[in-house]
Design a protein around this ligand. Structure first.
Ligand code: SF4
Length: 424
């Protein structure tokens, strides 16, 4: 059953006087297991809705006639997250220190989050009924962490016997019309080299329902570095990019899209610039770190003629250490366009250790410490990806608290530079 979290004004649910906190138990006799079941079942035009009220202990049946697809106006409470059954050798949860946001300790592997938010799942915690549900409800596209298609290689990486069934599972989903974006987290000595080539071949052979393959370098912190996986060396990153490029050539010739993509981090690790926009087709994976850097650079370039005048002001653009090297060349041009003195400030990640260089994992306290060691700025731009929906950094420091500490400096967080400068 699902709990009603919100009721939209003017909706059918409001007209029926459904109450927040009540449980929707069945629709048309079918048990409502979670929010996806609810969305699937509410689409019918004739509904028999069984609702239980914990407040009164009563159960009421509502008969509803509406247009097919018309929503009832109920927002279900979030479902409990399905946890993973794996013991991945590179698990990011093992790389967490104490004291980070609680949600970062959760080992989730939930196909519902994959369908709804595009998080990657391994499919190892799904039995035959789970797969049948994906097919019956046409939960497509899904995002699947493949890592390797050779059964023994994938089993070693994921630490579970069921990890070896991925090719059959993807074939079954493809045959049922379910599309998937796939991902490889590249671990040197585990799934790179010939194993990556084999993975590329196997995924390509499944057919066009495999929409993409992105190759991401493993990320490790001071807490799980070399236990047992190590980081990629730059030349290993370049070799992987060359393998991806070979897959792209074939795909561009045969399917007209790149299909295989090296993640932004792989290019940065290789010491290469990120490719032009054409590499990313219609940007299917920007949220997953494939194309986000190119998009940021291009948006900045396009926005320069519209940059606000900030004459004489001192502005800091805060980012991770690796991204700082990418943004550094822009500081002079931003300064010329705005009249400000613009510094790119690469903040070392003391919370996770220096191997973690991405802006999204910057702790609020590390940012505060770095800025406190520098001359005062009039304004500071922060990467919005370092904040969660509750406006907290990964170390749980609220954005409002950092802003208070930096006062009277103005602080703004954004996903792109020119718009955020304009908001200062
Ligand atoms: S799937 Fe692997 S990496 Fe993800 S939470 Fe589970 S063990 Fe960790």
């Amino acid at each position: 059953m699902v709990r009603i979290a919100e009721i939209a004004p003017g909706s059918i649910a409001e007209a029926l006087e459904l109450e927040i906190g009540s449980r929707i138990v069945r629709i048309n006799g079918e048990l409502v297991r979670d929010g996806i079941d609810f969305r699937f079942l509410e689409a019918e035009s004739l509904l028999e809705l069984e609702v239980h009220s914990p407040a009164t202990g009563s159960t009421t049946i509502y008969e509803i006639e509406k247009d097919a697809g018309e929503p009832l106006g109920v927002r279900p409470a979030p479902d409990p997250v399905r946890e993973c059954a794996n013991k991945c050798v590179f698990c990011f949860v093992d790389g967490n220190p104490e004291g980070v946001r609680r949600t970062l300790y959760l080992r989730d592997d939930d196909f519902r989050l994959s369908f709804t938010y595009g998080s990657y799942v391994t499919l190892t915690n799904l039995g035959p009924r789970g797969f049948q549900r994906l097919i019956d409800q046409r939960l497509s596209p899904l995002y699947v962490s493949v890592h390797a298609t050779e059964p023994d290689v994938r089993m070693r990486l994921l630490g579970v016997p069921r990890g070896g069934e991925i090719v059959e599972q993807l074939r079954m989903l493809a045959a049922a019309g379910i599309e998937v974006h796939t991902q490889v987290v590249l671990c040197p000595g585990w799934n790179d080299g010939v194993h990556l080539d084999r993975t590329i071949e196997d995924l390509w052979a499944i057919g066009a329902r495999v929409l993409s393959l992105s190759v991401v370098p493993v990320g490790l912190t001071r807490y799980n570095l070399n236990r047992p996986v190590r980081l990629l060396e730059p030349e290993e990153a370049r070799a992987a990019i060359a393998q991806v490029d070979r897959a792209r050539e074939r795909s561009l010739a045969e399917r007209g899209v790149g299909w295989a993509y090296a993640a932004d981090e792989l290019f940065l690790l290789a010491g290469m610039g990120v490719p032009d926009a054409a590499y990313y087709d219609d940007w299917p994976l920007t949220e997953n770190g494939v194309g986000a850097v190119r998009r940021l650079l291009d948006e900045c370039e396009a926005g320069l003629p519209h940059a606000p005048r900030l004459d004489g002001r001192r502005i800091a653009i805060v980012t991770g250490t690796r991204m700082a090297r990418v943004l550094e060349p822009l500081s002079g041009r931003l300064g010329a366009a705005t009249g400000a003195r613009v510094d790119v400030v690469g903040v070392e990640n003391r919370l996770f250790g220096p191997t973690v260089t991405t802006a999204g994992l910057l702790a609020g306290r590390d940012i505060a410490a770095e800025l406190a060691a520098r001359a005062a700025y009039d304004a500071v731009l922060l990467p919005a990806e370092a904040l969660n929906d509750d406006e907290r950094f990964i170390d749980d420091l609220p954005f409002a608290e950092l802003t208070r500490q930096l006062a009277p400096t103005r602080v703004a967080a954004g996903h792109e530079l020119i718009g955020t400068l304009s908001a200062l």
